[in-house]
Design a protein around this ligand. Sequence first.
Ligand code: SAM
Length: 284
Amino acid sequence: MAIHHSARPASYDPVREKLEVELLLEAVYRQYGFDFRSYAYASVRRRLWKRIRAEGLSTISALQDRVLHEPVMMERLLLDLSINVTAMYRDPNFFRAFRTIVVPRLRTYPFIRVWHAGCSSGEEVVSMAILLTEEGLYDRARIYATDINEVVLQRARDAIFPLDRMQEYTENYLRAGGTRSFSEYYTARYDGALFSPSLYANVVFAQHNLVTDRSFSEFHVIFCRNVLIYFDGSLQQRVHGLFHESLATFGVLGVGSKESLRFAPAEARYEPVAQGEKLFRKVR
Ligand SMILES: C[S@@+](CC[C@H](N)C(=O)[O-])C[C@H]1O[C@@H](n2cnc3c(N)ncnc32)[C@H](O)[C@@H]1O
């Protein structure tokens, strides 16, 4: 007789499971203020089950009980739900297009404000800082880097990335149009690469929640890459409203390779900057 091992109870009922997920997300919101209620359901469900297994629990309701009574469980769940995977010069062609097409226009501005929304541990931010330095624009730039998750923001402030990723990042940097020796920008510290403090001189890291917080300035460039993909359609639309409101006219919005502006109101307000790359210019 075949024995099927499953993490879920034998009496699995998807309708009840959805109810449990909704109740847990409501509890998280009301107790801690983190609003995951409009995140894409399949992804949230998968993340919850990952945490349930890691804690040796068997139901979503049991996880809810722990989350409500133990703030440390909320911290762990926040790391699961916020998905912090990132890399330097992720999608090098995107950065190359930014450098060759967007930078010449930025040169005409006396001051440049950039927002990395959902910056995770800061790899994208330091990629931008290096690029602007090489293009002679860093001194007149101010980079705001925000994330919902304070744990990854602290990693970003520490400016240390794993040394064993430097080969991959060097290749990305060169493919993205880097013009110097990448190793100039960091020093090896045990198994970490510590990036030069000068790259962080014009960077401000702050906690900001795209779901519940408002716009805080006007920007010439907004990167929000690999974040909206975790949101449902109505939340994506809302966050696009926030970006539109926060971008100067002809400001540039960059999104992730699997993301788009396909939600009608957003799409009509932008035109593509580079064929095949997810860079858009606000035109109205
Ligand atoms: C997959 S990472 C993307 C990092 C980087 N932008 C990149 O493309 O490599 C997604 C980031 O979005 C953040 N995030 C998720 N929900 C958020 C929200 N509501 N407000 C702000 N940041 C959020 C997560 O904490 C995570 O660090």
